[in-house]
Design a binder for this molecule. Sequence first.
Ligand SMILES: *Cc1c(COP(=O)(O)O)cnc(C)c1O
Length: 433
Amino acid sequence: MKYYSTNGRTAEVTLEEAVVKGLAADKGLFMPKIIKPLPASFFEQIERMSFQEIAYQVADAFFGEDVPAEQLRHIVYDTLSFDVPLVPVTEQIYSLELFHGPTLAFKDVGGRFMARLLGYFLGKEKKRRVNVLVATSGDTGSAVANGFLGVDNIHVYVLYPKGKVSEIQEKQFTTLGQNITAIEVDGTFDDCQALVKSAFMDEKLNEHLLLTSANSINVARFLPQSFYYFYAYAQLKKLGKADHCVVCVPSGNFGNITAGLFGRRMGLPVSRFIAANNSNDIFYQYLLTGEYNPRPSVATIANAMDVGAPSNFARVLDLYGHSWEAVKREVSGAAYTDEQIADTMLACWKSNHYLLDPHGACGFRALQENLLPGEVGIFLETAHPAKFKDVVESIIHEPVLIPEKLQVFMRGTKQSVPMTSSFSDFKDYLLRQ
Ligand SMILES: *Cc1c(COP(=O)(O)O)cnc(C)c1O
C-alpha cells in the first residue's frame, strides 16, 4: 500500500517509510491510498468474533500487503492483550471502556501497535538503533514509553515539562528504565515540543542518529485505533441494538475520531459520529460556520483535549474531499465548559452510578443531548477516572480508588535526565548517546 501526503507536494511512500518518517517531507500527513471496504460476510458474523480476530481483519485491509500474515497477526494479538468492553450507562447510552490497557488510556492501542510494527521493520533489515522522540503533556508519554518498553533496537526519549504533569502521569514513564529515558525539561510543554521539532530539523544530529516521532500523526499509531470501533459495533449487535448506532468521541487532536471515520468508510454501519470538544471548540466552530480558525489552547479539566490546532483536521478534510457539507453529513459536534463537564460527571455518578473521567463526560453529555428516539449511542471512555484523581474527587466528593496497575507505577523510583529548554544542550546530550 502506498501512502500519500495530505499536502500533495511529495512523492508517495511505502508503509515502512511512512512509519519511520512520521510526517511527510512537505509537512502533510500520510494517508493510505486505498481504504478497502470489508466484505458483507464480515459484518454478518462480526458479533461472533473475538476482539483480536476482528482487529486482525481490519489490520489486514490496511497492512496486509506490507506485513506477512503471520507477523501481522502476532503484532495485533500482542497489542490487544486487554479487553475493550462495552458497558451500559443508561438504557440508550453505552461506554466503550478504552482504559483497560497498561497505562489506562486509549493511546495504549496505537502506542503498542506502533512499537511492534516499527520493531518488525527494524528487525527485518538489521538496521542501526532508532531513537523515538516524544514530547508529552501527560498521557502520550506513558502510552508510548510503555508500548515500546523492551522492544529491540529502539530507544525512546520522553520529554516532559518539569512540575507540569501529575505525579501519577510522571511515574508512568520515569520508572521504567531499560530502553526508556525520561527527560525533564525546565520549561513548558511547548518548549518540549520545540526541542523535538528542532532535533528533527538538525542536520548534524540526523547524520549521527536515526530519529522518529511517535505522536498521533504517525499512521502506525493512528490507523489501529479503528479496530475498537468495529468491536464496539460487534458488542452492540450481539445485544440486538446496533441498527441505529451513533458514536461519540471526546476529541483533541482528532486522531481517534478520524480512525472511526476510516472505519465507516470501510463499511462499518454507524449512522453518524459526534465529536465532543471542551472549551477548545475549534472543530465545533468549523461545523457551525465552515471556517477553520485554529487558536491558542486554553487549559480545561479535560486536559488531553486542550488542543488549539487539531493536527488530524487535515485528514478529516482529505477524507471528505475538502467539502464542509460532506463532513457535516456524517459528523456533528458539541462543546462543553468545565462547569458543564463537572455537572455531567456528578449527575452521571448520582443517577447511574457510573464514574466518568472528564473526557468521557464530554462524550456522554453530547449523546444525552443529541440522541434521537430509536438511536443507541456509544461514547468512547478514553481514560480511567483515577488518572485524574484530584479533579474527579473534587467533583464527586468521594475518594477514587487507584487501580492496582497504576499503584505499581506509584511504587517505582523516578529516574530522569534534567535538561534546560535550550536546543544546544539537548543536542549535545543526544550526540553523546
Ligand atoms: C489523547 C486523549 C484524547 C484526545 O484524543 P485525540 O485523538 O487527540 O482526539 C481524549 N481523551 C484522553 C483521555 C486522551 O488521552
